[in-house]
Design a protein around this ligand. Structure first.
Ligand code: ADQ
Length: 480
């Protein structure tokens, strides 16, 4: 029976090793949920890194980890600390990530890191090929594995391969600066279907294909050697029911409120409003900009002093990369400065948490907030915006969303802003804080309807259907 192999940098599980025990906990993130049906069907497997450097494991322990992981229908690709440093923190996060998010000044092109990126993509290919049988379908995810599709196609040309990019694909003028631009594009073209979050990213990609590789593109199809490659947009959704139902559950009067919820409510009497922002601590998410714009708001609309609070949750991320350390320092300083400037004995304008929170706390934050402020400088999609809307079971709440997030393309009923304009930001925040309930409800209702219909499972099914479609197309060609 044919199977599907999902490949991503990280496996959808957490491995923890304590003295004598080895524990594997499946993760419940968006991608894992979306892939659930594809992964659990038949003998499907997921290939990726376990999160533990190979050199930290004895050969015996390494075998035990593999066996345990295998029970979860996963296969791990061994990576050493050096691989992580050069391929992940290095090439993926110091070259591809900043460039694809238009942060040219952060982009470093290091030959040894490019070599490591190629080497690790080859390691992934080796593990995929060991597990691949004729007729199988492979679905590769994200920017860490751009070379993998072609590495598989070279060895097994009949394999159906799909690729989905979770971050933006930049415009040609940005992408052309990349020293290994041809290799990257050719690596991606090993796929039969390439998926992006938005139509814009798809157009940018096709433009680079035409101008850098000089290939023929017809509508959304690329002719490459004797193959036709399809390119399309598939905006990723969330597990809508999970967020909506969790919010309903939290609002039941019979449920005991968490300490966090009690604290939030204590501070939010009738005339006080809560503004929420949640992101990974990443320079693409516009955190310093947001804090400065909030300062501008308080300076220009002083009547809101003591009546609003920004609850800002930043999840630690890539803290070994220098730009992320700098961002953390800058954020700490800005929060300190602004709290120092405005605070009174009974009011602190910004509550700042630098940590990861359990799911239930996340839900409490979402349901207790009057406004969500999601203002990335650049973001492939942004699922937090969608999660906030899903938890508004009473139909109220206002989402302020950056035009630079992929999500803005399908969330027109949000208040869309340019995160670089403090004036626009402040006026929009004021509009959100004074928006009549009826208008809030109309906007949220439209957004919820769309998010429910196009949830993460639907996203995965649609991509998979399109991928299977390319198989039929190829078979058709052969029999003609
Ligand atoms: P990310 O940049 O990680 O993803 P995002 O889409 O916002 O960004 O997803 C973050 C996820 O982490 C959300 O599901 C959220 O609930 C969760 N999360 C946030 N804060 C948390 C906290 N404190 N504790 C626990 N969980 C928290 C990349 C791209 C995005 C794209 C996604 C999916 O950068 O643009 O939307 O992939 O393709």
């Amino acid at each position: 029976m044919n199977k599907t192999i999902i490949v991503s940098n990280r496996l959808p599980l957490q491995v923890s090793i304590q003295e004598n025990s080895l524990e594997i906990v499946p993760s419940v993130g968006g991608l894992a949920t979306g892939m659930k049906s594809v992964h659990s069907e038949g003998n499907g497997i997921w290939i990726g890194w376990s999160g533990i450097p190979e050199n930290d494991l004895s050969p015996d322990l390494s075998k035990k980890v593999q066996t345990k992981i295998r029970n979860e229908k996963c296969v791990s690709v061994p990576l050493t600390s050096q691989d992580i440093e050069e391929y992940y923190e290095g090439f993926s996060n110091r070259a591809l990530w900043p460039l694809f998010h238009y942060f040219m000044e952060y982009t470093e092109f290091e030959q040894n890191e490019w070599d490591a990126y190629k080497r690790v993509n080859e390691n992934f290919a080796k593990v995929v090929l060991e597990n691949l049988e004729d007729g199988d379908t492979v679905w590769v995810h994200d920017y860490q594995l751009l070379l993998l599709p072609q590495l598989i196609k070279d060895q097994k040309p009949n394999t159906t391969i799909g690729f989905f990019l979770h971050i933006p694909f930049p415009s040609y003028e940005i992408f052309r600066t990349f020293p290994w631009r041809e290799e990257i594009l050719k690596g991606m073209l090993g796929s039969d279907l390439l998926g992006f979050h938005t139509y814009d990213y798809e157009r940018h990609f096709l433009s680079s294909i035409k101008r850098i590789l000089r290939l023929e593109v017809q509508f959304n199809e690329i002719n490459y050697h004797d193959r036709t490659i399809k390119v399309d947009s598939f905006p990723m959704g969330i597990d809508y029911d999970k967020f909506y139902n969790a919010a309903l559950e939290h609002q039941k009067s019979s449920i005991e409120k968490s300490d966090l919820r009690k604290r939030l409510e204590e501070h939010m009497s009738e005339d006080k409003k809560l503004i929420l922002s949640i992101d990974r601590m990443d320079y693409t998410k516009g955190i310093p900009n947001r804090i400065k714009a909030f300062e501008y708001f308080l300076d220009n609309y002083p009547e809101y002093k003591e009546h609003v609070r920004l609850v800002m949750l930043a999840v630690p991320s890539r803290s070994n990369v220098p730009q992320y350390q700098k961002l953390k320092r800058e954020t700490d300083e800005l929060v300190g400065r602004i709290n120092g400037k405005f605070a009174t004995v009974s009011w602190t304008p910004i509550w700042y948490f630098y940590r990861s929170l359990p799911f239930d706390d996340l839900i409490d934050l979402y349901i207790s907030s009057d406004v969500a402020l999601i203002t990335p400088i650049r973001d492939g999609m942004n699922l937090v915006a969608k999660e906030y809307v899903a938890t508004r079971t009473n139909g109220d709440g206002v989402l302020i969303l950056s035009e630079m997030a992929g999500a803005s393309k399908e969330m027109n009923e949000a208040l869309l802003i340019n995160p670089n304009s403090y004036k626009d930001f402040a006026a929009t925040l004021k509009r959100a804080l004074t928006m009549p309930q009826d208008e809030q409800k109309t906007r949220i209702k439209f957004l919820q309807k769309r998010l429910k219909r196009y949830d993460v499972e639907k996203w995965a099914t649609e991509f998979f259907k399109a991928l299977e479609g390319t198989k039929k197309l190829r078979q058709g060609k052969v029999t003609k």
